[in-house]
Design a protein around this ligand. Structure first.
Ligand code: PML
Ligand code: MG
Ligand code: MG
Length: 247
């Protein structure tokens, strides 16, 4: 089956406004182009691009992480839960994890802004992304039957952001050197974040204070990781996710 990678983005005065990325079969292509166009034209823009490229190698199909929902009374309580999950998945001390999380809350790029991609942290707690402004961006991933999966997640009270985040984290966790992931949105009013570990997507609310425009991701990796191989897998190799209802 012919598959295409479809990537759209819009900007205003050189500033990124919105983006959307999908993997589509030939049959779905028109529909997906319309969906992407709709999504990236919601905010004002003066530049818009949609790029379609064929995927040369048939992508592997991997299973989705299982969603575990955790509602906490406060950001402190949710963060403590996140720290414990990350500590047991990575072996890093709680102190180091807290410091890294704080970096995301205050802007992880060296200029104090959000990074465009994710931080990469090894088991010593060192940041090892090749470019600390850009980080690494997980892309080339989508659900099989995405529209159906979205409907299903919505009936459970989840959102399209959950869907995209679940796809990204499922791909991330399928890499043998990835141990865990931390994510909070850069959307000021989207307070649900998550921790991904091998097998599980812990959806934590509230993981940030309302109104904070800072957000981003931390990828926790094994010490011996081959960084070029990791970038290549996350940014270049297409992967399809199969959703199975687990609850
Ligand atoms: C969720 O709803 O499960 C969390 C989604 C995090 C979205 C991060 C983002 O804004 O990209
Ligand atoms: Mg986005
Ligand atoms: Mg965003």
């Amino acid at each position: 089956m012919k598959l295409f990678s479809v990537k759209g983005r819009s900007s205003l005065n050189g500033k990124h406004q919105s983006g959307a990325e999908r993997i589509a079969s030939e049959k779905e292509l028109d529909k997906v182009l319309t969906q992407i166009n709709k999504k990236i034209t919601r905010k004002p823009f003066d530049y818009l691009s949609i790029k379609v490229s064929i995927i040369k190698k048939q992508p592997p199909v991997i299973k989705t992480l299982k969603i575990v929902e955790i509602i906490a009374d406060s950001v402190e309580e949710a963060t403590q839960k996140a720290v414990e999950l990350l500590h047991s998945a990575t072996g890093l001390s709680e102190k180091k994890i807290k410091k890294l999380i704080k970096t995301v809350h205050t802007g992880a790029s060296p200029d104090g802004n959000n990074m465009r991609g994710a931080m990469i942290v090894n088991q010593k707690g060192e940041r090892i992304e090749l470019d600390p402004f850009r980080g690494v961006r997980t892309t080339e991933v989508d659900f099989i039957d995405r529209d159906k999966v979205l409907q299903k997640l919505k009936t459970k009270g989840y959102t399209e952001r959950t869907l995209d985040a679940l796809a990204i984290s499922s791909k991330n966790m399928s890499h043998p050197d990835m141990l865990a992931e931390f994510c909070i949105s850069d959307e000021p009013d989207y307070l649900t974040g998550y921790i991904a570990t091998k097998g599980c997507y812990y959806r934590l609310t509230p993981l940030k204070e309302k109104g904070n425009p800072k957000g981003g991701r931390i990828y926790f990796v094994k010490d011996g990781v081959n960084i070029e191989n990791l970038y290549n897998y996350l940014e270049k190799e297409a992967v399809l996710i199969e959703y199975t209802d687990t609850d």
